[in-house]
Design a protein around this ligand. Structure first.
Ligand code: GDP
Length: 369
């Protein structure tokens, strides 16, 4: 039957005949207000269902439960906070199940970056962190880059198994799963939620065409990521939504950079050299002299040095120091988890100190870019 009805989500004309075609809604759904086609219904529903934040024990239960099932694991990480968003010891939990590592947010890198180089870097980092991967895929869920490769890798590697999607919070898991629902799951059945054995949690299940499911697990909250420590309002400032324009600073020794009031970088000793900051361009950077840095912070934090705004400053743990000696001739990044990184191409070597909120992961690695 022809219905001259339109989906209030996407505007398409609704039809009840062909589930595999656009605009399909089951007969019964026509009475719903607002009227949604099945695709929009799933997308809307998914967001409502996927908001549980369990504690660490619940995660471990879910993860170790996956180890005793035969499944494909899709681990989503955020390229902008690679080490911060990687699930440590994933293999201990998921057993011998194959892992597809989906590296999201590649749209944030400057345009001219060679993706093979990034892929090699990710391979090395995964290996260093003891993660064996069946495949690594770079993508941007938001800008729809590489999504076909994600779908292709999952289809090829899952055979006839279920797919578990795991990741830390804010890596773009929901964005990616929404795409999967939109572009991939073409079924008459709707999303279901079922309790995961042994936990108080419900997991969202997205039906696949062979009776199997994509199972979305809740995002893991890692307190070592700055994004998870601060107020939601400030978090939006930290999460870049455009390609990052690296900010290059030529510093003399005894100079300091402040990233809002969130972190500080001291160039303690070494020849004049440049430091390249890959940090959300919404976070203002202030340069000062090391000897004046403490006083500047004391008088201007929450105002000139922001975010966070002074009303929310109390939430921020106190800054603690991490000292690093960057060797001569090395290409290194100092990662401040959740904030970004500072690239150092040091001919002469450098002694630096990073001040970051207590608990935030700060680490040196070989350069991503
Ligand atoms: P989840 O907590 O892992 O489910 O993450 P969300 O899907 O809610 O995304 C967290 C934040 O990252 C949101 O602000 C998204 O807009 C953003 N985001 C997700 N995917 C991408 C991406 O590919 N690129 C960029 N730049 N941002 C993304």
């Amino acid at each position: 039957a022809e219905h001259n009805l339109r989906c209030s989500g996407c505007g398409i004309q609704v039809q009840t005949e062909k589930p595999e075609e656009l605009g399909y809604a089951p007969e019964a759904a026509l009475k719903r207000d607002p009227l949604l086609c099945q695709r929009c219904f799933r997308i809307k529903h998914y967001n409502e269902m996927s908001s549980v934040t369990p504690d660490q024990d619940e995660f471990l239960k879910i993860l170790s439960g996956i180890g005793s099932t035969d499944a494909l694991i899709v681990h989503i990480v955020d390229l902008f906070d690679f080490e911060g968003s990687l699930i440590g010891g994933l293999h201990r939990f998921v057993g011998s199940n194959p892992v597809v590592l989906v590296v999201n947010k590649i749209d944030l890198l400057p345009k001219a970056i060679n993706t093979n180089r990034i892929l090699n870097w990710v391979q090395r980092m995964a290996k260093e962190n003891g993660l064996k991967t069946a495949e690594i895929v770079l993508c941007s869920a938001k800008k729809n880059i590489g999504f076909d490769r994600v779908v292709e890798a999952v289809a090829r590697l899952r055979k006839d198994k279920d797919v578990y999607v795991v990741g830390a919070t804010n890596v773009g898991k929901s964005t990616l799963i929404n795409r999967l629902i939109r572009d991939y799951s073409d079924l008459e059945s709707e999303l279901t939620v079922s309790p995961y054995p042994g936990t108080t949690l419900d997991l969202v299940q997205i039906p696949l065409d062979d009776g199997r499911f994509i199972i979305d697990t809740p995002g893991i909250v890692y307190k070592h990521r700055l994004t998870e420590l601060i107020d939601k309002k400030d978090m939006q400032t930290l999460l870049p939504d455009k390609p990052i324009k690296p900010a290059v600073y030529q510093l003399n020794e005894q100079q300091t950079l402040y990233f809002g009031a969130l972190a500080r970088f001291d160039f303690v000793q070494g020849a004049r050299q440049s430091f390249t900051c890959y940090i959300s361009n919404a976070v203002p950077i202030h340069r000062t002299k090391l000897e004046r840095a403490d006083e500047l912070y004391a008088t201007h934090k929450g105002e000139m040095l922001a975010p966070p705004h002074k009303d929310r400053l109390e939430l921020l743990p106190p800054l603690v120091k991490h000292a690093f000696r960057i060797p001569k001739g090395s290409l290194s990044d100092i990662l401040i988890s959740g904030l970004g990184w500072i690239a150092i191409n040091s001919d002469a070597g450098a002694q630096v100190v990073v001040h970051a909120p207590k608990g935030v992961k700060v680490a040196v690695r070989s350069s991503l870019i």
